[in-house]
Design a binder for this molecule. Structure first.
Ligand SMILES: C[S@@+](CC[C@H](N)C(=O)[O-])C[C@H]1O[C@@H](n2cnc3c(N)ncnc32)[C@H](O)[C@@H]1O
Length: 266
């Protein structure tokens, strides 16, 4: 696991879910327990991703859709992990709102997303904020579904526009193939997140953001907290340092009090 994934995973504690772990579950600390959720059971994931035939896949405990986590009650989880998942959703705002619903106040969302500049999405146009907000408001993803598949057929799978691409679109749609519906780079995802906060009821505060850090690194990661919060959330170690310091400060204050009382008696 990359240093970046590990650094941000150290924030996760308690009980949570990872959606779409597939062959790359996030490694978490012993203080975190994870239930694995996917839209498909492992046997179907094997068919869907033949390129992963040599790799072990994460056992799926709960079959569920990230846009409808009805298997989980409101405010019951400490964290939701969704790595390379949000771009597969037709309604990413609906997904974010579901994460928010199942999280306790202050609960964390760990999101890794591909940076289109260094993935097979390179040739595709960035998804605009208007597109995402309009689709969400008008519940219009079904009308745009074919266009998303066509974009994938031509710009990812390299099919020639016309019959070749159309046949491929039919094939992918019949398989309900899990394409990247939406395409971001770090800045455009942040713009989308802030627009979803301003206009779509998303109340997830940005705690940490990590852009790609090496040439081979194809992802950016966000750590979000269900807000609003009265004070900034600090990294786990900084919080520990603060607790140690305040314990020490308390002891020093008590000692000073004892010294004052002794001085008064003398
Ligand atoms: C590209 S893989 C991500 C693998 C891994 N998390 C990683 O970081 O590389 C996408 C995963 O999300 C799952 N998935 C896609 N759409 C989903 C949805 N709407 N609800 C739940 N899982 C979904 C897929 O079945 C697959 O397991």
């Amino acid at each position: 696991m990359s240093v970046k994934r590990r650094r941000l995973a150290s924030w996760l504690q308690g009980r949570g879910i990872e959606i779409g772990a597939l062959h790359r579950p996030l490694e978490v600390t012993p203080g975190a327990s994870v239930t694995y959720v996917d839209r498909l059971p492992v046997a179907e994931l094997r068919e869907h991703y033949p390129e992963l035939a040599d790799l072990p896949l994460t056992p799926v405990a709960v079959i569920g859709n990230a846009e409808d986590l009805s298997a989980f009650d409101d405010q019951t989880l400490d964290f939701v992990i969704a790595n390379h998942l949000l771009e597969h959703l037709e309604y990413p705002i609906r997904g974010l709102l579901e994460f928010q619903r199942v999280l306790r106040p202050g609960g964390l969302v760990y999101l890794a997303l591909p940076d289109k500049r260094v993935t097979f999405d390179k040739k595709r146009a960035l998804t605009t904020i208007d597109h995402l907000l309009d689709e969400h408001r008008d519940q219009a993803a079904a009308q745009n579904r074919r266009d998303h598949f066509l974009d994938w057929a031509v710009n990812v799978d390299g099919k020639a526009s016309g019959k070749e691409a159309d046949d491929h679109v039919r094939y992918l749609m019949a398989r309900d193939y899990s394409i990247h519906f939406h395409v971001w780079r770090p800045e455009t995802f942040l713009e989308f997140l802030f627009a979803a906060r301003a206009q779509a009821g998303v109340e997830l505060d940005l705690l940490q953001f990590a852009a790609p850090e090496t040439e081979a690194d194809d992802e950016f990661i966000l750590l979000l907290a269900k807000g609003p919060a009265d004070s900034p959330r600090l990294p786990p170690q900084a919080g520990a340092h603060r607790r140690i310091r305040s314990g020490l400060t308390g002891r020093l204050r008590r000692l000073a009090g004892v010294r004052r009382r002794l001085a008064r008696r003398a």
